[in-house]
Design a protein around this ligand. Structure first.
Ligand code: BTN
Length: 241
């Protein structure tokens, strides 16, 4: 299906099947890939998710791509925000409603996870070569009868219409380009923050139970526990009540 993809404006590698687009992108980064280069595939056999989890990309029913970015060290902290924002913008563009971001970077449609973002950096000693921003989007993945049935969702059943995956990739890459030019700015941070559905909620994260009060400029979540102590959470899976 994606063989017809025409990405004349950027270097890209396309595979019908690959272990993980992240592996290809990180290798390409070390070989000197330029910013904006993208690795796309139709199916992943060993897709990676956050916290060492597996990410399933069955053939032809999802978007799986890794975009190479060259942020400054200052912009590095916003790469995850960038990914979640770009996907949210893509969903807006196709008419989705109830789009939100669950801290830190799960894009949700109607309260269920529709997409995952995984940034992985490549270094040469202490020199940052760049970041492979991995993005997986459920387009028509069928979660019926799986353990994810209540928590995951795909775009097509949610919107009740068929979408061309090439069109989705095109819109997504344009929004990634847009936000890449704003890495490290208050504009990007504010846009990400305004989409968070986590703030003000009672949450449990990393064993801390309390109210998610705020996020700081580094993207950390500030949770006030039941004893009134404020915790700064840098990473973790949030459960909302
Ligand atoms: C998450 O756990 O929420 C992040 C999932 C990221 C999945 C994408 S799919 C394309 C890229 N290749 C991978 O192996 N993982 C990312």
């Amino acid at each position: 299906m994606l063989q017809t993809l025409n990405l004349t404006d950027r270097p890209f590698k396309y595979f019908t099947q690959v272990d993980s687009t992240q592996d290809i992108a990180l290798g390409w980064l070390r070989d000197g890939a330029e910013a904006g280069s993208v690795v796309i595939c139709d199916e992943q056999l060993k897709g990676r998710g956050r916290h060492g989890r597996t990410w399933h990309t069955p053939h032809g029913v999802a978007l799986a791509l890794s975009v190479i970015l060259k942020p400054t060290l200052k912009g590095m902290g916003q790469v995850t925000m960038l990914g979640a924002l770009a996907i949210s913008d893509m969903l807006d563009a196709i008419g989705a409603d109830a789009v939100s971001i669950k801290w830190p970077n799960d894009v949700r449609l109607q309260g269920r996870k529709v997409c995952g973002v995984l940034p992985e950096a490549a270094w040469d000693g202490d020199k940052l070569l760049g970041v492979a921003l991995g993005i997986g989007v459920n387009v028509r993945v069928d979660f019926t009868g799986t353990e994810l049935e209540q928590t995951a969702i795909s775009i097509e059943p949610a919107l009740g219409q068929r979408f061309d995956r090439i069109m989705l990739i095109d819109v997504l890459l344009k929004r990634i380009d847009f936000w890449s030019q704003r890495l490290g700015t208050p504009e990007l941070f504010d846009a990400w923050k305004s989409r968070l559905d986590t703030l003000g909620q009672v949450v449990t994260v990393n064993g801390i139970h309390g109210k998610a009060e705020a996020v700081n400029r580094d993207g950390a979540l500030l949770v006030r526990d039941d004893a009134g102590i404020l915790h700064t959470v840098i990473a973790g899976d949030v459960m909302m009540e």
